[in-house]
Design a protein around this ligand. Structure first.
Ligand code: 1YM
Length: 689
C-alpha cells in the first residue's frame, strides 16, 4: 500500500495540527505528541476514532443503501462522486482543471485546482477540521463553512464520507491559504489528524487518491473505458473545464488513451455532432446555445442552461438531460421546460405561417424527431426517484422554458426556410401518428367484433376447447338453474329464447338475420357454413339441454337441424350432444332416484323401493324448476350424467338428409307420411297427449 502512495509527497517529520493558526484544544494529538499516522490505527488513535467508526459503520454494513449495491456500477459510483465534487468546484467558477488518473492497483487519483476543501476547525465539532468531518460523518451536505454547498446530487453531500468508508485507503491533500494539508484514512478511519505538511506559493485545490475496498467490492476493478467516457462527458457538459486524463499503460486499451486533454469549447453541440456522426438529418444545422436562468423579472441569474438539438430525418430520437453535470435519465422539471419551449415555439411559428394543422402536434411528435442534450446548472438541485435520477426543483420548468422559448423563436425567425421544413416534417409525423391510431382503432374494433360474445352467454373460465363444454338451454329460467349447477371453470351456459328458427324451411336471408342463431355461432366461435373452422371452436362439447317434454324435443330437433345444415363439421367431429334430464324424482327417506319418463318411473317405483313404500314422486315441469342440485347430479355432472352423442347415419349418407327433409323441411306431406309409418310404434308418452 505504501508503494501505491509513494507519489504523494512524504509527510514532514513533525506534523502540524490542523486549524488555521487557531490552536486546537490541547489534546493527545498536539503537534508534539501526535502519533505516527501509519501506526495510528493500531495505537487506538483516539476516542473520536471509535465515534467515526460508528458513524460510517452503516455504510460498510449496507453499501447498497448508499451506492446502490456492490457491483461494477456501484464501484464506479465512487469515482463519479469524487469527480463530481471536483466538477462542482469548476462549475462554481473556482476551478479550471481536473486531473483524473487511473493507476495500477485500482487506485484512482482526482485532483482539482479549486479552493481546496475547508481545513479550519469545524464550527460544531471544534476539535476536528471541517475536512475530517466531511470525510468521516454522514453529514447531510447542507451548510458547511457557513455557506450553502452546491451538492452534486448523486450521494447528496455525503459522497466524500461514503467513498472514504468504502475505500481500503484514502489520502486527501488540500492546498489552501498558502499551505498544504494532508490526512490519510483506512476504511474510513483516520490514520492521524489533518497535518500541515508544508507551505505553497501558488498551489491550490484538492487532491484525492483512493483504493476501493476489496472487502466490499471483491475483485472488481475500475474500468478505464468507463472512467474515460465519464471524463469526456463531463468535459462536454462544462466547457469551462479542462479534464486531463491519465491511465496506467497496462490499463489503456482500445479507444482509451494513456493520456488525453479533454476540453471542448464547442460544448454540447460538439458532443452531439460527435455522437450523431453521419446520421441523416432533417436540417443541416443544429440549434444550440446557452442562456442565463433569471430569478424573475430583473432578477440576478440563478443558473444557466445549455442545449443542443439536432433535427432528425430518421433514426433514434433521444433527449439526454443533466443538472450540474449529473445525468438525469429520468428527466424532471428542466426537461419539462425544454419540451414546453420547443412545442410552444413551433406552434407559434405554425400560427405565424397560418398553418392550422400545427395544433395537432404533441410533444411526442416533436421529441420523436430530435436528438438533444440539455444541461442545466442550478443552485441546490433536488433529485428524486428511486435512483435520484430526476430533477424536481419546481422553478426549473419556468426558468428553462422562458430562457429557451425566446431563443427558439429567434432561431426560427432567423432561419425561415429551415423552420418551415421543420414544421412540415413535424406535422407529417403528427398526421402519421393520427393515421396509425385510426388504423389501430379499426383493427381493434374488428378484433373485438370477432371475439364479441353474446351478452347472455355465461362463459366458463378455462379456454382450452378440450376441457370445456357449452350447454344450450331453453330460456332464462333454465339458464338460471344451469348456471348454479355448472362447474364454472369448464361449463358455459347459453340460454336460447324459446323456439329457434327452423332452418330447414327458412330462407337463407331469414337465417342470416336471425339473432338467436347468430348469438349461438358467435358463442361457439367457429363460424358457420363455408366459414366453419373447427380449430376456432371454443368448446369441446356442445350440449343441447332442453326440457324433457315435447317442446323440449322440438327445440332440440330445431337445433340439430341447424347444426346439420350450417355446421355439419361440428356433428362429424363428434362435438354435438343431447343432455338427458329426468322428468321425475322419486324419494323415500334418504333414497332418491330419477326417472326419464312415465315408463321409467313405473319401472323404478317397482325396482328401486320396497313394495308398499310411500315414495314421493316429483315431476319437473322444466329444467328451470329443477333444483340445481338435482340438475347437476342427473344431467350436468360429467361423473354422473348420461349424454347422447348426435351422429349422422353412418353408412347411408342420404338417410339423414331424407329424415331431416321429411321431418323438418317445407313439405308437410312428408311429415304426415312419417307419422303414418311410425304411429304404430309410438307410445302414449311419446305423443305427450
Ligand atoms: C477531488 C475532489 O472535493 N473539491 C472540493 C470540494 C469542496 C470545496 C472545494 C469547497 C466548497 C466550498 C467551500 C463550499 C467541498 N467543500 C465541502 C464543504 N475535489 C473536491 N473543492 N470551500 C471549498 O461549497 O462552500 C464539501 S466538498 F462541505 F465544505 F462545503
Amino acid at each position: 500500500m505504501n508503494d501505491l502512495f509513494s507519489r504523494m509527497p512524504t509527510p514532514p517529520a513533525k506534523p502540524v495540527p490542523a486549524g488555521r493558526g487557531s490552536a486546537r484544544p490541547a489534546s493527545a494529538r498536539s503537534a508534539a505528541t501526535a502519533p505516527d499516522p501509519v501506526h495510528a490505527a493500531e495505537q487506538g488513535y483516539s476516542a473520536r476514532d471509535i465515534e467515526v467508526l460508528e458513524g460510517l459503520e452503516p455504510v460498510r454494513r449496507r453499501p447498497g443503501m448508499y451506492i446502490g449495491g456492490t457491483d461494477e456500477a456501484a464501484l464506479h459510483h465512487l469515482a463519479a462522486e469524487i469527480i463530481d465534487n471536483a466538477m462542482d468546484e469548476a462549475v462554481a467558477g473556482h476551478a479550471t482543471t481536473i486531473d483524473v488518473a487511473l493507476e495500477a492497483g485500482n487506485l484512482l487519483s482526482v485532483r482539482d485546482n479549486g479552493r481546496g476543501i475547508p481545513v479550519d476547525p469545524h464550527p460544531k465539532f471544534k476539535d476536528r477540521s471541517a475536512l475530517e468531518v466531511i470525510f468521516t460523518t454522514l453529514h447531510s451536505g447542507g451548510k458547511f463553512s457557513g455557506k450553502a454547498y452546491a451538492t452534486s446530487g448523486g450521494l447528496h453531500g455525503v459522497g466524500s464520507s461514503v467513498v472514504n468508508a468504502l475505500s481500503s485507503r484514502l489520502d486527501v491533500e488540500v492546498a489552501r491559504d498558502r499551505a498544504v494539508w494532508r490526512q490519510s484514512y483506512e476504511r474510513g478511519r483516520p490514520l492521524g489528524p489533518l497535518e500541515k505538511v508544508g507551505p505553497t506559493q501558488n498551489r491550490r485545490g484538492t487532491w484525492l487518491r483512493f483504493v476501493p475496498d476489496a472487502e466490499i467490492f471483491g475483485p472488481l476493478a475500475f474500468s478505464a473505458q468507463r472512467l474515460y467516457r465519464l471524463c469526456r462527458s463531463k468535459a462536454f457538459l462544462f466547457r469551462g473545464v479542462t479534464l486531463r486524463w491519465e491511465c496506467d499503460p497496462s490499463l489503456a486499451r482500445g479507444d482509451v488513451p494513456e493520456r488525453a486533454v479533454l476540453h471542448f469549447p464547442g460544448g454540447l453541440a460538439d458532443s452531439l455532432r460527435d455522437e450523431l456522426g453521419s446520421a441523416p438529418a432533417l436540417l443541416s444545422e443544429l440549434w444550440s446555445g446557452e442562456a442565463d436562468l433569471p430569478a424573475g423579472p430583473g432578477g440576478a441569474a440563478t443558473g444557466r442552461v445549455e442545449w443542443a438539438v439536432a433535427w432528425l430525418e430518421a433514426g433514434e430520437a433521444s433527449l439526454a438531460s443533466f443538472c450540474n453535470t449529473i445525468p438525469t435519465p429520468q428527466g424532471g422539471t428542466h426537461e419539462a421546460g425544454f419540451r414546453n419551449a420547443l412545442l410552444k415555439g413551433l406552434r407559434g411559428w405554425g400560427e405565424q405561417r397560418a398553418n392550422k394543422r400545427t395544433a395537432q402536434v404533441t410533444p411526442e411528435d416533436l421529441l420523436g424527431a430530435v436528438a438533444a442534450k440539455l444541461s442545466a446548472f442550478i443552485r441546490e438541485p433536488q433529485f428524486q426517484g428511486q435512483t435520484k435520477e430526476r430533477l424536481t426543483n419546481v422553478e426549473a420548468t419556468r426558468l428553462v422554458e422562458t430562457a429557451l422559448r425566446d431563443r427558439f423563436d429567434h432561431w426560427l425567425a432567423g432561419h425561415p426556410a429551415q423552420a418551415d421544413a421543420l414544421l412540415a416534417a413535424i406535422i407529417e409525423r403528427a398526421e402519421d401518428r393520427l393515421r396509425r391510431r385510426e388504423q389501430k382503432d379499426t383493427s381493434r374494433k374488428t378484433a373485438t367484433n370477432r371475439l364479441r360474445l353474446p351478452g347472455k352467454l355465461v362463459d366458463c373460465s378455462r379456454t382450452r376447447a378440450a376441457e370445456t363444454e357449452i350447454f344450450l338451454v331453453e330460456g332464462d329460467s333454465a339458464g338460471g338453474s344451469a348456471k348454479q349447477a355448472r362447474n364454472r371453470e369448464t361449463q358455459a351456459i347459453l340460454p336460447l329464447r324459446g323456439k329457434i328458427l327452423n332452418v330447414a324451411s327458412a330462407s337463407a336471408e331469414k337465417l342470416r338475420g336471425n339473432q338467436e342463431l347468430r348469438d349461438l355461432v358467435e358463442a361457439l366461435g367457429c363460424g358457420q357454413g363455408a366459414r366453419y373452422d373447427a380449430a376456432r371452436l371454443r368448446y369441446g362439447r356442445v350440449i343441447i339441454m332442453t326440457d324433457a317434454d315435447v317442446d323440449g324435443a322440438h327445440i332440440a330437433s330445431l337445433l340439430m337441424t341447424f347444426f346439420y345444415r350450417e355446421l355439419p363439421g361440428l356433428i362429424a367431429g363428434g362435438h354435438l350432444h343431447l343432455a338427458q334430464p329426468p322428468l321425475f324424482r322419486l324419494t323415500h327417506g334418504a333414497k332418491t332416484v330419477y326417472a326419464m319418463d312415465d315408463r321409467d318411473r313405473a319401472r323404478k317405483l317397482k325396482s328401486a323401493f320396497k313394495a308398499g313404500a310411500k315414495v314421493e314422486v316429483s315431476r319437473f315441469k322444466g329444467l328451470g324448476e329443477m333444483p340445481p342440485v338435482d340438475l347437476k347430479r342427473t344431467t350436468m355432472d360429467p361423473a354422473q350424467r348420461t349424454l347422447l352423442r348426435v351422429v349422422t347415419a353412418p353408412e347411408d349418407h342420404t338417410a339423414t338428409e331424407d329424415r331431416v327433409e321429411s321431418l323438418m323441411g317445407r313439405r308437410p306431406e312428408l311429415r304426415f307420411q312419417f307419422i303414418q309409418d311410425n304411429a304404430r310404434t309410438a307410445s302414449d308418452e311419446m305423443l305427450d297427449v
